[in-house]
Design a protein. Structure first.
Length: 421
């Protein structure tokens, strides 16, 4: 049933939710261009630089399922507002730090805020837009916003660094979070799972621990070696935690995640796997092409960011069109075409060398970005269409977790191959 009194406010509701998704995804990549500056001003070590970036992603990924489940139970609007407050306050704290250690702590709290924000944006969209065609269009815009934000991060960060100190990268996030919170408070309706009476504390702890350990192991694997005892042990313990989590959820009276949903191979398991593959591929490519532009072509940070715009353009356009195509032609057909685009994209990229023209690379980026849009947005719409509206928060969190794990895996695996070659 549609939430009462939202029809007239739908455009403003959507804008506020898209803005919330935009700011936390922008922060995934905006800090990358500031790393050389942090070495000079904070005397950060290589390990500290890594964790300035990874602390945000680690907390973001590991707390997604817990945050999605809690938002269903406690109220999605209130949880979103709380997340925006945490994110905004942590951003200000990050700008006020004067040591690398303090900045890493601030980044952890920014990741906590992001985990509270991201699943609630998508779950609120699913509860406001209940008719499939309208929901598909809104989810397409949501996917486009997230993809464009990640691509724009280096450009925005480079522009701020050219005009101001590195602290501006963090201070700039706070007013955006404040404006978004005001829009959410005024326009977004409240919603929650009416059937939720108890919080599955063991499920929350087990899921967070399993994802945190898996993400941490992926981040550290390139440094310690994929076949090292530390890495293999991390994967083994993470797998054991996931197994215990599944057993717990199957026996719980009110599980945080209904694992029986994954028996729907087409709309949940296959869709989640496709999203993981899409973000594995495009994040790994972005990791390599950024270094290619800077080390082999000699472009500066801002110039490199600008040259990545074709990816953002393609992801944005095809995320919107992809969901419309899915409604008309079927999700399976559209996602299959997107994965085919990826196959051709990687075959084409593998032919690049130092003499490859930027125009040819633009063609590669347009093809890869189109693949992301055709895979991720329709797959997300399929997942949210199957998950009950009352459980939209945890359904959204599953989708978001596959995105972040795919991105982490892409950097870890493709980065390791890059270093070894």
């Amino acid at each position: 049933m549609e939430i009462a009194g939202t029809v007239q406010r739908r455009p403003l509701i959507l804008v506020s939710l898209l803005l919330a998704a935009f700011v936390i995804n922008l922060d995934i990549t905006i800090v990358n261009v500031s790393l050389p500056t942090l070495v000079r001003e904070l005397h950060a070590s290589n390990s500290q630089l890594q964790w300035v970036v990874d602390a945000y992603n680690l907390l973001f990924a590991s707390l997604l399922l817990a945050a999605g489940s809690l938002s269903d139970r406690l109220g999605r609007k209130g949880f979103l507002l709380a997340g925006l407050v945490v994110f905004g306050a942590a951003s200000i704290a990050g700008g006020l730090t004067d040591t690398a250690g303090q900045l890493i702590v601030a980044r952890c709290f920014m990741g906590l805020g992001a985990a509270m924000i991201f699943p609630t944006t998508l779950s609120l969209i699913s509860n406001v837009y209940t008719e499939r065609a309208e929901r598909a269009k809104a989810i397409g815009l949501w996917g486009a916003t997230a993809g464009i934000a990640i691509a724009l991060g280096p450009i925005v960060g480079g522009g701020l660094l050219e005009q101001f100190r590195w602290t501006s990268i963090f201070f700039a996030m706070a007013p955006v979070a404040a404006v978004t919170a005001a829009l959410v408070a005024w326009s977004v309706p409240t919603s929650r799972d009416p059937g939720a009476h108890r919080t599955d504390i063991p499920g929350l702890v087990l899921s967070s621990a399993a994802i945190a350990l898996l993400t941490y192991t992926l981040i550290e694997a390139p440094s310690h070696g994929w076949s090292s005892g530390r890495t293999l042990g991390g994967f083994a313990v993470a797998a054991a935690l996931f197994a215990v989590f599944i057993l717990r959820e199957r026996s719980a009276a009110e599980p945080m995640l209904d694992v029986s949903l994954f028996r729907n191979l087409r709309f949940i398991t296959a869709a989640s796997g496709s999203v993981t593959i899409a973000f594995f591929g495009i994040t790994g490519f972005s990791f390599l092409i950024t270094q290619y532009f800077q080390f082999l072509k000699g472009y500066g940070p801002l110039s490199t960011g600008v040259r990545l715009l074709p990816v953002a353009f393609a992801v944005g356009i095809m995320s919107v069109l992809g969901t419309q195509f899915a409604v008309r032609f079927g999700t399976k057909q559209v996602v299959t075409v997107g994965l085919a685009f990826f196959a051709v994209f990687f075959a084409w990229v593998s032919t690049a060398d130092t003499a490859t023209s930027y125009l040819e690379i633009v063609g590669q980026m347009l093809l890869g970005g189109s693949g992301v849009g055709l895979v991720s947005a329709p797959a997300t719409e399929a997942i949210m269409g199957v998950v009950p509206k009352a459980k939209a928060g945890i359904g959204s969190a599953v989708n978001d977790a596959t995105r972040l794990l795919g991105s982490t895996l892409g950097i870890a695996v493709i980065g390791s191959v890059y270093v070894s070659l």
